[in-house]
Design a binder for this molecule. Structure first.
Ligand SMILES: Cc1cc2nc3c(=O)[nH]c(=O)nc-3n(C[C@H](O)[C@H](O)[C@H](O)COP(=O)(O)OP(=O)(O)OC[C@H]3O[C@@H](n4cnc5c(N)ncnc54)[C@H](O)[C@@H]3O)c2cc1C
Length: 114
């Protein structure tokens, strides 16, 4: 089971000590899954924003209106340059699935030109 701490809640959570961070996560899970969630078999946490090669996580954030206003411009080829990347996926943006979908679509578009 994976849980994410994001936004303002992340800022508050990451300033806590190790045991308070763990307690906060487990208390949240207990809200959903009951008392048993307070005693997991194992518990691991990763603070992605503090990792130099990640610098944050999990995805790019587009405020409301960006995709619907500018989405077509994001995905349109420029000359012979075709774009692929999860941020431009219509389905599953920001996930591996979206990256694979746009990669396959770009490859198919280029293949059709050959
Ligand atoms: C911490 C973290 C955890 C995640 N966990 C999950 C998960 O559990 N499940 C899931 O589905 N998704 C997860 N994701 C999201 C997933 O990693 C991305 O959606 C996916 O990797 C995007 O693939 P991409 O090919 O679009 O971009 P990327 O994987 O970012 O690939 C872009 C590549 O381009 C290279 N590059 C950049 N600039 C240049 C340049 N100028 N010249 C040449 N190369 C360049 C980069 O080095 C990189 O290798 C996670 C993301 C993060 C950050």
């Amino acid at each position: 089971m994976a849980a994410f701490v994001v936004g303002d809640r992340y800022l508050a959570w990451q300033s806590l000590g190790e045991s308070d961070r763990r307690a906060a996560i487990l208390a949240d899970l207990a809200n959903y899954f009951g008392h048993e969630a307070l005693s997991p078999v194992s518990y691991d946490e990763i603070d992605w924003p503090s990792k130099p090669w990640t610098g944050g996580g999990y995805a790019a954030f587009m405020p409301p209106g960006v995709w619907t206003s500018y989405g077509e411009a994001l995905v349109a080829p420029v000359g012979c340059i075709y774009w692929a990347g999860t941020e431009m996926a219509e389905r599953w943006p920001d996930f591996f699935d979206g990256a694979v979908r746009t990669g396959e679509a770009a490859a198919a578009a280029i293949h059709a030109l050959l």
